[in-house]
Design a binder for this molecule. Structure first.
Ligand code: IMP
Length: 176
């Protein structure tokens, strides 16, 4: 089995602490309300899983899968819904949970697609944001970490379908 040894950019402990803070803000902002949490597959699965464990509100968990990236490091620029949520969003409080906002194209397109379903409100939680790459102004209501322009892996994020299982955010180094 091939060994992998990425550099740690954000540790498991730091992710956990940050998620506690984000969940606290979400609990306060939506106090007394129900929440439809939409986990954007596949990259957000680990973040979403840890985040909802800390949410103390009635949650309906939904999944959506989009295609925008190929198997590499750049977007195809063409965002499509591959798998949709299974509930109506009309008059619902919606929290989109995303892994990373890079250029912002994916999330901007998703927000437009969901807005026409007439939700009560839509908020966005993203674990990571790369400001230097951002082309579409994206309102991130609950942001984990701003990072430099590096391609990151782990904690749900992949490179060519690999490394999602790592419990931290890492960067592939020259030895990998
Ligand atoms: P955007 O449309 O350019 O904002 O790209 C967003 C999507 O690209 C994310 O949901 C990820 O799936 C993928 N992506 C962007 N940057 C990275 C990265 O550094 N590592 C892994 N996936 C990334």
């Amino acid at each position: 089995m091939e060994q992998i040894n990425p550099d740690v950019l954000i540790s498991e402990d730091d992710i956990s602490l940050r998620i506690n803070a984000l969940a606290k803000a979400i609990n306060e902002d939506f106090s007394g309300e129900e929440l439809v949490v939409i986990c954007v597959l596949k990259g957000a699965f680990m973040f979403c899983s840890d985040l909802i464990k800390k949410i103390e509100l009635p949650v309906r968990l939904e999944f959506i899968q989009l295609s925008s990236y190929g198997d590499g490091m750049t977007s195809t620029g063409n965002v499509k819904i591959e798998m949709d949520v299974s509930t109506t969003l009309k008059d619902k409080n919606v929290l989109i949970v995303e892994d990373i906002v890079d250029t912002g194209l994916t999330i901007t397109t998703l927000l437009k697609m969901l807005e026409i379903r007439d939700p009560k409100q839509v908020k966005l939680a993203s674990l990571l944001f790369k400001p230097s790459r951002n082309k579409h102004k994206v309102p991130i209501d609950y942001l984990g970490f701003e990072i430099e322009d590096k391609f990151v892996i782990g904690y749900g994020l992949d490179y060519a379908g690999r490394y999602r299982e790592l419990p931290y955010i890492g960067v592939l180094n020259a030895g990998n």
